[in-house]
Design a protein around this ligand. Structure first.
Ligand SMILES: [Fe+2]
Ligand SMILES: [Fe+2]
Length: 298
């Protein structure tokens, strides 16, 4: 593994950091409820403690992410990957492909990628949510196969943020944006940047990663609520910090309640029991077939 470009031992190191930053609520975290930014009353110093306590590997990961995710980089990656002409794969096949990702996870204690997907979906199912919601949980991280195409960690995972306008102060490790060439482009550094007030997130480019990729692969097949969950599940500055509402339209605001409803299943199910892949497979094969074609373009 190229250690300069790949500081994390595995992708979960980023998510472990998020769990520390956004601890699980006591109760009712999966309910659909009006939004309150989680840290609205916290002082700036408290907020910065997450950075002080972060592992050096996580810190370095964010440094690279904030340095290299420029507006032009995002456009280039969209051109490179969103023609979806790499592979034809069904969802289960894609899950098995993602599972070939070899990193420094501990197979005795860490869940595999496939197990994380099943566990997320199983928890959604146990809470009695609709079938499209369960399916959304099952596929939400398949975009991480970008790693298998040789993409660096900082271009696959990480909290996403809009490019082409000012960086929210509430993005973690904000100081690393000083090394991003876009921070010296005045047109990208106003509150709205290249966008218009209330233009809607569909017109906004976020930093490149696994969310946009899976969204594009399945966008013709799932209900809007599920598509929002896929496309914005890493957009923590918006769904956890309440930032960038000036770029949202009415639909975004409504749909972000679903993005927030999804987040606990992604973040807090990892310690639960290991799913039995063989037993669960028939249920999920049926669910996949209900919504998605036998082969998708990746
Ligand atoms: Fe994810
Ligand atoms: Fe996930």
């Amino acid at each position: 593994m190229n250690e300069i470009n790949e500081p994390l031992q595995n992708l979960e190191e980023w998510e472990d950091f998020l769990k520390v930053r956004y601890p699980e609520d006591q109760k009712g975290q999966s309910e659909i409820k009006p939004f309150q930014a989680i840290d609205s009353n916290k002082k700036q110093e408290e907020f910065r403690n997450y950075e002080v306590d972060a592992r050096p590997t996580v810190r370095e990961f964010y440094r690279l992410n904030h340095r290299f995710q420029t507006f032009d980089f995002v456009q280039a990656k969209r051109r490179e990957f969103l023609s979806l002409n790499r592979r034809k794969m069904g969802v289960w096949e894609a899950m098995e492909y993602l599972n070939t990702l070899v990193d420094d996870s501990d197979p005795d204690t860490d869940l595999s990628q496939l197990e994380h997907l099943l566990q997320t979906a199983e928890q959604i199912r146990q809470d009695g949510h609709p079938r499209w919601f369960i399916l959304t949980g099952l596929i939400h991280d398949l975009g991480k196969m970008l790693c298998l195409y040789g993409e660096p960690q900082w271009a696959v995972v990480g909290d996403t943020f809009p490019v082409g306008c000012a960086y929210s102060e509430r993005i973690v490790f904000h100081q690393f944006f000083a090394d991003n060439p876009d921070s010296r482009e005045p047109k990208y550094q106003t509150r709205l940047g290249i966008y218009e007030e209330g233009c809607g997130l569909d017109n906004v480019c976020l930093s490149w990663g696994h969310d946009e990729y899976i969204y594009q692969v399945v966008k013709d097949h799932l209900p809007q609520e599920g598509l929002y969950m896929l496309r914005y599940h890493s957009f923590y500055p918006a769904h956890k910090e309440g930032e960038y509402t000036h770029l949202m339209n009415e639909q975004d605001r409504k749909m972000f309640e679903w993005v927030r409803a999804f987040n606990p299943y992604d973040l807090y199910t990892k310690s639960h029991a290991r799913p039995n892949v063989k037993e669960l497979r028939p249920f999920y094969e049926d669910l996949i077939a209900e919504y998605l074609p036998a082969k998708l373009s990746w």
